[in-house]
Design a protein around this ligand. Sequence first.
Ligand code: SF4
Length: 706
Amino acid sequence: MIHQTTCCYCGVGCGIVVRQEPNGRLTVEGDKEHPSNRGMLCSKGMNLHYTVMDQSDRLLYPQMRLNRSMPLQRVSWDTALERTAAVFRTLIQKYGPDSVAFYVSGQCLTEEYYLVNKLIKGFIGSNNIDTNSRLCMSSAVVGYKLSLGEDSVPVCYDDIEEADVFYVQGANPAWCHPIIWRRIEAHKAANPHVKIICVDPRRTDTARSSDLHLPIRPGTDIVLNNAIGRLLIEKGYIDDEFIVDHTDGFTAYREQVMQRTIDEAADICGINADDMHVAADWIGRSKGFLSLWTMGLNQSVVGVNKNLSLINLHLITGRIGKPGNGPFSLTGQPNAMGGREVGGLANVLPAHRDVTNAAHRAEVEAFWNSPVKIADKPGLTATEMFDALADDRLKAIWIINTNPLVSLPDLNAAENALKKARYVVVQDVSSRADTVAFADVVLPAAAWLEKEGTMTNAERRITYLPKVLNAPGEALPDAEIIWRFAQKMGFADAFSYNTAAEVYLEYTQITAGTNVDVTGVSYELLKAKRSVQWPYPAGGRGQGAGSGETGTKRLFTDQTFYTTNQRAQLHAVPDGNNSEPTDENFPLVLTTGRIRDQWHTMTKTGRVAKLNQHAPQPFLQIHPKDASDRGIQDGQLVEVKGRRGEVRVKAQITEDVRPGLCFLPMHWGKFLNSNLGRANNLTNALIDPRSKEPDFKFSAVEVTPY
Ligand code: SF4
């Protein structure tokens, strides 16, 4: 049997062909028919079948305990869900709907995201649902909304072959979005005039294969982008007609960027002023200017401003809505975008509606026939949920397919918060999730290939994922777990689904007339066409120039934006950084990130021997000068200490990090190495005030030989 599906790791969303042999053995290969990857897969995708065939860590049955000093005991689905419904009803009655919360994941399918969102916002009456995408994409979401009017990625992967300058800032696609990077490399190999600029304090593989590496000091991205903006203005590279006809805010922007000289900016960033001129000249003279970014911009206490400073460069040059041009935030998780579409964040409703907008709330209440009013304030975001558990404002949390005790910042505090929670539900595939130890109820979920549904990748492309295998034991698809629970809560009429297709059809109807209109999409269409890009309204075509039967390739091709007056907004952003200060006790800046062959908290990739070979253990990259100042030898065990905790790992002395900077991979947790390399013991709880995204890339630490 042959099945076409989508990779469940990153936001590139590669198509995969799964072959099932009569003896049950599975193989995977890249799907040549899928336009996102054209048959290519990275190391993680190529080894996906191992994670499916190794069932050793799977959660197989619902489990429950009446208090946490007791062991978890196997129970029936009815017992687990009825008890949970009883606890939720009691808490809601006693403390109000905001006493409960759901924390979900960019790994969830669109249908699952939609149902949890509907349940808590439309039927429980709280906006306390957030997702681990908060840790990843929320600064880009706010950046797009403030500049373009809505959370909408304007470009597509085919823009890669149309671009001649790539500005990669705070991202390492060579490791983290490898298939996109291979397309860029192939394009450059065929077109040697193509230039790649990489902005990163680390010399990553992306930096190594770039034409210009700008190794800026951590936290100075806005200074750099504003300086490039100034140079584009001074050198006459801006598009005056576009600015006048299609944007607001240019005068204030120009005043802001003129406040610093280029030499001053170069000094702050710690790079050569000449390199800033080179970058501005390449961007200014290009025909296609594509910028790509991820966590280096997003995971910052000024993440929204960083995003705006980059999008500004596209708006002053008019490089948006045209082939090969535009700002392209690379989505981290496979369905982070799908989750945003259906309203899986604490501040949004389906189809990018806003919880603070009365008309939007009324539309959704009417559509759902809600028995309660949708709350008019945003709910608790990811880190806020754990703060609220710690001080007992939040009583119960339901965690779905994410492992916050490895991925949240300031983990010792997060762990204490979960200990204090009155009721914890963990719905997951794997017993390796660090949260299981804190659960009152554990619900076994079906994994990739064991359920059907849809995902949206980084270029707004929706792909159907078929059910190929039966889930082991009594594991159920996440959507079914949620609709069964909603029925136990007394909402049987509104959650009387039998299939994921019914859920998806309902979701498509709520998008009618919005900028995310997918009323033309159905499972049948996706099976026939393999994938389409939204918007895709009823009628069977996407919108705008270059679009067709497979959907909308680019947004804003007619230069009208989603703002109220249809003009894009330039923002004069201050260039300061408000991260945790260093001092004589903690003089080094720690940044965290992914490594090539691991995914998130390693519950899947950590089980694949081939993938573990790349980096079997956590490590700390430190510059030779910083190592020598501290008497540290290469390979020596060191203690990395910050204001909230410490870790012990082996030092890797390398000039790939700037002096004053060190780097830890973010993947390892307690489950795998008893706290030794848990990077988020060290990260801080600061968040961007608008996106609520944590400041993972800048924590003050000291390193000493252990
Ligand atoms: Fe999967 Fe991303 Fe690798 Fe593609 S690039 S195979 S989506 S992990």
